[in-house]
Design a protein around this ligand. Structure first.
Ligand code: NAP
Ligand code: MG
Length: 403
């Protein structure tokens, strides 16, 4: 059998712990036997980031800018205990945060559906994809504790001189708390562009929701920018593709989502996206069945699993115990990346391979071969869950038959 040629280089970003173990297995058993591909490899193992003063992370982001498409393994975001565990020079920042900032991207998370895992919301039959704005609001806030009576104001001082604008927030007559948040038109605009681009690309409707009845300037700005982007660049395209842009208040959106069958992109402000993506993920089953893609308005794509490095399983693996860790989201990160690469390169055989690999993975789970995380919630339950490697071997067997 001759291998399928991937025309352009793919940026491969390796990571940590259990996901690093699965990453290698996926490449060796599910990709390399079938594909002839050139990889631009960046090792973001925590010790490598430490060794290079995190330059390797910035290099990886630059490579995605150069080639357009990358795939990333989960990485440790160090905290105090990791600084000790890996004897780090400093507590390096989240690689995902660094890459996201460099690519100016929006993250879209999509659940992978299988017949034997029923969503907690029984009418959800299609994926609900969440697009989370990843800049500003309470994630970049300034806040203070108010010790007692006094006046709190917000003040804007124009850079070029001129009179400052001030507004009273509250006349405190007892202790309390105070918070200042902001956002930028440019960031909201690129979020809107990423959402319309992604929905159009996937041929799904776009929902957007804020609370502009209460927040008549701040949230209203989000609504205006989305509406403007739609009118200027997407109304015609959406109409032709039979897609809908639907705006509603956030509380109404939440109520509708519960009654809908799914199959749309839900664009959320930063906090709403943080909360709703975890709710949607857990209602669809398992974190290991959730893929994630970072889409930049400049046309860069980075695919990954939504879960972390699965630390607890890794320690078991290191202790020589058998693990049952689910590689589905990692596999889908690779297939997402290959499909996009094939689309951009005009190589349908690469896209077709990615589809076959996705089918093989889903069919494996639906045939009752699954890891512990899904075995717990599957109907019917399998006799016993399979091990990490056995699961990948079973997929490889199905895939070979399709090739
Ligand atoms: P996690 O790695 O997502 O794992 C949390 C728990 O979810 C696991 O203990 C496991 O539950 C279950 N789980 C997640 N993925 C699974 C899979 N593929 N198969 C089976 N079960 C799975 O989150 P964490 O333990 O909070 O974080 C570990 C490290 O990951 C941290 O250092 C964090 O910084 C990093 N992280 C990285 C990313 C990223 O790079 N995108 C994202 C999040 C976290 P059971 O133990 O109950 O089986
Ligand atoms: Mg969250």
């Amino acid at each position: 059998m001759s291998k399928i040629k991937v025309r352009t280089r793919i940026v491969e970003i390796d990571g940590d712990e259990m996901t690093r173990i699965m990453w290698k297995m996926v490449k060796e058993k599910l990709l390399f036997p079938f594909l002839d591909m050139d990889l631009d490899y960046y090792d973001l193992h925590l010790s490598k980031r430490d060794e290079t003063d995190d330059q390797i992370t910035r290099d990886a982001a630059e490579a995605i800018k150069k080639y357009g498409v990358g795939v990333k393994c989960a990485t440790i975001t160090p905290d105090k205990s990791r600084v000790e565990e890996y004897n780090l020079k400093q507590m390096w920042k989240s690689p995902n945060g660094t890459i996201r900032a460099m690519l100016d991207g929006t993250v879209f998370r999509s659940p992978i559906l299988v017949k034997n895992v029923k969503p907690a919301v029984k009418n959800w039959v299609k994926p609900i994809i969440i697009g989370r704005h990843a800049y500003g609001d309470v994630y970049k806030n300034t806040e203070m504790a108010i010790p007692g009576p006094g006046k709190a104001e917000i003040v804007f001082t124009p850079a070029g001189g001129g009179e400052a604008q001030r507004l009273t927030v509250q006349e405190f007559d007892s202790p309390g708390v105070l918070q200042g948040i902001h956002n930028l038109d440019s960031s909201i605009r690129s979020f809107a562009q990423a959402c319309f681009t992604f929905a159009y690309d996937q041929k799904i409707d776009l929902w957007f929701s804020v609370k502009d009845t209460i927040s008549k300037t701040y949230d209203a700005r989000f609504r205006e920018i989305f509406a403007d982007e739609y009118e200027q660049n997407w109304r015609e395209k959406f109409k032709e593709a039979n897609l809908i842009y639907f705006f509603t208040l956030i509380d109404d959106a939440v109520a509708r989502v519960m009654k809908d069958e799914g199959g749309f992109l839900w664009a959320c402000k930063n906090y709403d996206g943080d909360v709703m993506s975890d709710m949607v993920a857990s209602a669809f089953g398992s974190l290991a069945m959730m893929t994630s893609v970072l889409v930049s308005p400049h046309g860069y794509f980075e695919y990954e699993a939504a879960h972390g490095t699965v630390q607890k399983h890794y320690y078991k693996h290191q202790a020589g115990e058998k693990t049952s860790t689910n590689s589905t989201a990692i596999i889908f990160a690779w297939t997402g990346c290959l499909k996009k690469r094939g689309e951009l390169d005009g190589t349908p055989d690469v896209v077709e391979f990615a589809q076959k690999l996705e089918e093989s993975t889903i069919e494996t789970i639906e045939s009752g071969i699954m890891t512990g995380d899904i075995a717990r919630i599957s109907e019917p339950k399998p006799d016993s869950p399979v091990g990490t490697e056995e699961f990948i071997d079973a997929i490889a067997l199905k895939l070979q038959k399709k090739m």
